[in-house]
Design a binder for this molecule. Structure first.
Ligand code: C2E
Ligand code: MG
Ligand code: MG
Ligand code: MG
Length: 285
């Protein structure tokens, strides 16, 4: 009923609606100035391999500290940045930051790979490959130290072009992961022909793993599918030991989640790694 009446009721003049629009515009415009004003930063979340319990990589996750609105979630601002096209610039900044951090860690003897999320809008920009190559060279980082996390939308359109681009990226030694697997519209037929190294199972399937047999069946199937296509399988959003145990039973290769650690600013991650190390868990080379 609300929907039927909605068209007119929720017009631009509805004060609640205009507040939402106002905030959206505030965010869209604020992003650009915020980037120059240093309001953005990257946090890093460790990923652990289950076979040997090593921390071999961290995922870079964007944070925005807005002067009025406080911490704004990437779930809110990334879609706006994709819509306005600003994601190209923002994503380039993320890549630069992450590679700079990676190079800094190397000089400190911390050997980690860094995973960077890449929006499909950013990936499809004609300069993407060149910028990636340039950034690797500039920071003296080998391609095999970098992972790119893509979303399923990359498999949905311009398939031939995407496949070719991903092949070129992979030729640099870069690892390619398909993020949030299971939430998009990717065709299994395309999955097989794309040069992907990893599947990241979306955390929505991990959350109720212990209580929902359907989720268990889905996760199990994704592991079998991934492995039979020669990919490693990662589970996101692992929050408790029960889930970890279950995922281990299912032969998942890597886990990431609050159980291990939240995403942390670089210095906190370094402290975390030191702490884990002193507890006798092997993680560094
Ligand atoms: P994602 O790439 O799937 O990243 C994982 C998200 O799950 C992160 O949310 C992380 O903080 C959260 N997470 C990790 N472990 C747990 C857990 O145990 N429980 C729960 N409840 N959540 C967990 P975050 O940082 O809010 O990022 C959300 C999404 O925003 C990301 O999902 C990614 O799609 C996008 N994003 C973040 N940074 C970037 C970026 O630099 N570029 C692009 N294009 N997208 C980004
Ligand atoms: Mg990701
Ligand atoms: Mg994900
Ligand atoms: Mg996710």
């Amino acid at each position: 009923a609300a929907k039927a009446a909605g068209r007119n009721r929720y017009s631009l003049y509805n004060p609640q609606m205009s507040e939402i629009l106002h905030e959206r515009l505030q965010l869209e415009h604020g992003m650009r100035s915020g980037l120059y004003a240093g309001q953005f930063s990257l946090h890093y979340q460790p990923v652990q391999t289950l076979a040997d319990r090593q921390i071999v990589s961290v995922e870079a996750l964007l944070r925005w500290q807005h002067p009025q609105l406080g911490n704004v979630s990437p779930v809110r601002f990334i879609p706006l940045a994709e819509h306005s096209g600003f994601i190209v610039e923002l994503g380039e900044w993320v890549l630069q930051q992450a590679l700079k951090q990676l190079a800094r860690w190397r000089t400190q003897g911390v050997i980690l790979r860094v995973a960077v999320n890449i929006s499909t809008v950013q990936l499809r920009h004609p300069d993407f490959l060149r910028q990636l190559q340039q950034a690797l060279t500039q920071h003296g980082v080998a391609g095999n130290q970098l992972e790119l996390e893509l979303t399923e939308s990359v498999l949905a359109e311009q398939v031939e072009q995407s496949r070719h681009l991903l092949q070129q990226i992979r030729a640099l030694g870069v690892t390619l992961a398909l993020d949030d697997f299971g939430t998009g519209y990717s065709s299994l037929a395309y999955l097989k022909s794309f040069p992907l190294d990893k599947l990241k199972i979306d955390r929505s399937f991990v959350r109720d793993l212990l209580t929902d047999p359907d989720d268990r069946a889905i996760v199990h199937s994704v592991v079998v599918l991934g492995h039979s296509l020669g990919m490693r399988v990662v589970a996101e959003g692992v929050e408790d030991a029960g889930q970890l145990h279950q995922l281990q039973q299912m032969d998942v290769d890597e886990v990431q989640g609050y159980l291990l650690s939240k995403p942390l600013p670089p210095e906190e991650l370094e402290n975390w790694l030191r702490r884990v190390h002193s507890l006798g868990l092997p993680h560094l080379q």
